[in-house]
Write a protein that binds this ligand. Structure first.
Ligand code: FAD
Length: 381
């Protein structure tokens, strides 16, 4: 089968790019190895620049309809507020961070892609070979035992952190592992701090808490070692021990333990294949930037693809791709640095240092200009 652009990976980033290209009349096929959606809720935070990108593909209004608008972030220690950050000034159109489970976001993106072209998403095909002859790219995949072949002018790998396409192209990655481990789970919201994200800066380590749709609240607890086989009871007990709030373990709907690493591909463009999203850069989930960053890659890539397909001057197109590669890898480095600051903030500290740090946060939050600056950095601006 031949198409203009073949996207490998139908996660949030691949689906976003597909919608963006289809609505401009570009022929697209998306190969997705999974037959059905991953219902595990991973990303929840959508920042204003990404909401603007979603607006461009007509998905923002349904996302905002289904999500929770987080207008404030609050830092708490020992039951008392240390400081509050407002997102009111971060964007005229979207003055909030939107909380929406990733599977719902993906559903909305998929609906948009299907509306534009009901045949665009090809499920159950795992890409396993890539051949770039300089003019066209051939991707070989398997649907069960059946071998299938696709040909395209350009291939975009949005196949996630363990990208097979990246490995096939031999693009090296720089990886970092961190001594930060987390246990997270979704519980019924006891109704405290409605619509507000709360960071509990406690001596035993940070606890983060975010509102989700349908009266659910996500709790994330930092641990000094992997959580092993901990269950909802252990997570609820840890939250209580550190914050005094006791989520009802019986209402738990999702539980996940994860350790943190980051990876950055040494290049995002290899011939006629482009890496975007987690395939190009995996960022620590703390701070919630990975999916947002991937959408911003796709938003930047879309016009370059159109320029290439419409026969733009090769030297001009090459320069644009070089700029894309440098610009998006710089954005990924910035996001990684921000996530490292977020993780640092959550590490346990002995009493005097903790007090000093919290006083610093208090002073920063009380200074409007600093408050605004931090809010903008936190929301990827
Ligand atoms: C606990 C946790 C919390 C997070 N919270 C946030 C957050 O709040 N905000 C945020 O922005 N980010 C967050 N992230 C990160 C976010 O989930 C990822 O950045 C995002 O999923 C990346 O999207 P992607 O489309 O690039 O890759 P993926 O979501 O990994 O999608 C890749 C897709 O490619 C498919 N695929 C893989 N290989 C092949 C192949 N060979 N052939 C065909 N298909 C293939 C996979 O099945 C998958 O569907 C979080 C991550 C975790 C783990």
């Amino acid at each position: 089968m031949a198409t203009d652009v073949l996207i490998v990976g139908g996660g949030p980033v691949g689906l976003y790019l597909a919608a963006s290209l289809l609505q401009d009349g570009v022929g697209v096929r998306v190969l997705e190895q999974r037959q059905s959606r991953n219902m595990h809720t991973r990303a929840i935070g959508i920042h204003p620049p990404a909401l603007e990108a979603l607006h461009g593909i007509q998905v923002a209004s349904s996302a905002v309809r289904d999500g929770v608008r987080i207008r404030y972030g609050m830092a708490v220690r020992g039951g008392r507020s240390v400081g509050t950050m407002s997102f009111a000034g971060v964007s005229a159109a979207f003055p909030f961070v939107l909380a929406l489970p990733q599977f719902r976001t993906e559903e909305l993106l998929e609906e948009r892609v299907n509306h534009l072209d009901g045949d665009a998403i090809v499920r159950g095909v795992r890409a396993s070979e890539v051949k770039d002859d300089g003019g066209r790219v051939t991707v070989v995949g398997h649907a069960g035992h059946q071998r299938v072949e696709f040909e395209a002018s350009l291939v975009v790998a949005a196949d996630g952190a363990r990208s097979r396409v990246r490995d096939l192209l031999g693009v090296p990655v720089r990886a970092r592992n961190y001594a930060d481990h987390y246990l997270m789970g979704d519980f019924q919201d006891p109704g405290l701090n409605a619509g507000t994200a709360v960071l509990f800066l406690e001596p035993g380590g940070i606890v983060e808490s975010f509102p989700l749709p349908d009266g659910v609240r996500r709790w994330v607890v930092r641990l000094g070692r992997p959580a092993g086989g901990a269950g909802p009871d252990q997570l609820a007990a840890l939250v209580r021990e550190r914050t005094g709030v006791f989520p009802d373990a019986g209402t738990n709907t999702m539980l996940s333990a994860f350790s943190v690493r980051s990876t950055l591909a040494r290049r995002m463009v290899a011939g006629r294949v482009v890496l975007i999203g987690d395939a190009a850069h995996e960022i620590s989930p703390i701070g919630g930037q990975g999916m947002n960053l991937g959408w911003l890659d796709a938003q930047a890539l879309s016009p370059l693809i159109r320029a290439t397909l419409s026969g733009g001057r090769p030297d001009n197109v090459e320069r644009l791709f070089k700029e894309f590669d440098a610009g998006r890898r710089k954005a990924a480095l910035l996001a990684r640095r921000q996530s490292e600051i977020n993780m640092l903030l959550g590490r346990p500290l002995p009493g005097p240092l903790l007090t000093l740090r919290n006083l610093g946060i208090s002073a920063a939050a009380a200074t409007p200009a600093v408050n605004r600056w931090v809010a903008r950095r936190f929301t990827m601006q």
